[in-house]
Design a protein around this ligand. Structure first.
Ligand SMILES: CC(C)(COP(=O)(O)OP(=O)(O)OC[C@H]1O[C@@H](n2cnc3c(N)ncnc32)[C@H](O)[C@@H]1OP(=O)(O)O)[C@@H](O)C(=O)NCCC(=O)NCCS
Length: 167
């Protein structure tokens, strides 16, 4: 299993995986255009060769979207039904957190129904009202707006300077 940045060739597989769960109401659907425009934000989980196995397809997908100078959001996180329960979700979140850390971000958040999973990934539930308005910019396009029932979770990152100083 390899986690790598998404490529154009992954688009259809990513969309299929996300929209399968979206149909079950577990996450928001994504159009091909929206995935194209934000492809650089996404990472995928694929087999050991780094390629997408014809049999298994894309095993996991998740995006890290920078919202503001100190905050990014994990969006469209999904692990294939064939691969859930094997620790891939946790590894993908750790990968996205590491990416956020290397970008110098202070905090990473997600809006989710999967509080226990995010708790295991080191995130804490916060009141949505405590998040900056910037977070809600895209919500106007969501079918659930303005009655969002997702829970906000957040993880504070270790400042990069402290990491490099060994503090
Ligand atoms: C939520 C999801 C990403 C979890 O992926 P996964 O690969 O199955 O999760 P992992 O195997 O890495 O689990 C990590 C930990 O979280 C726990 N966990 C995972 N899903 C859970 C759930 N639905 N409820 C409670 N605990 C859960 C696991 O038991 C594991 O605990 P452990 O570290 O003590 O062993 C995956 O089930 C999924 O894609 N769901 C549908 C889409 C979705 O809801 N995405 C989240 C949108 S924000």
């Amino acid at each position: 299993m390899v986690i790598r940045k998404a490529k154009i060739q992954d688009l259809d597989g990513m969309m299929a995986l996300i929209n399968e769960y979206a149909q079950q109401g577990l996450m928001l659907p994504r159009s091909k255009l929206s995935l194209c425009e934000t492809l650089h934000c996404f990472s995928v989980v694929v087999d050991d060769t780094g390629e997408v196995s014809e049999k298994e397809g894309i095993l996991g997908v998740g995006g890290l979207h920078i919202l503001w100078e100190d905050l990014a959001e994990i969006r469209s996180l999904a692990i294939s039904q064939k691969a859930v329960g094997k620790g891939l979700g946790k590894k993908l979140v750790a990968h996205l957190v590491e990416e956020g850390q290397s970008l110098g971000l202070n905090r990473i958040m997600a809006l989710t129904y999967q509080m226990t999973f995010f708790d295991k990934c080191g995130f804490t539930v916060v009141e949505k009202e405590t998040l900056p308005h910037k977070v809600w910019k895209d919500c106007i396009n969501c079918s659930k707006f303005p009655s969002c029932d997702e829970i906000a979770v957040i993880k504070e990152l270790t400042p990069v300077a402290a990491v490099s100083n060994g503090n």
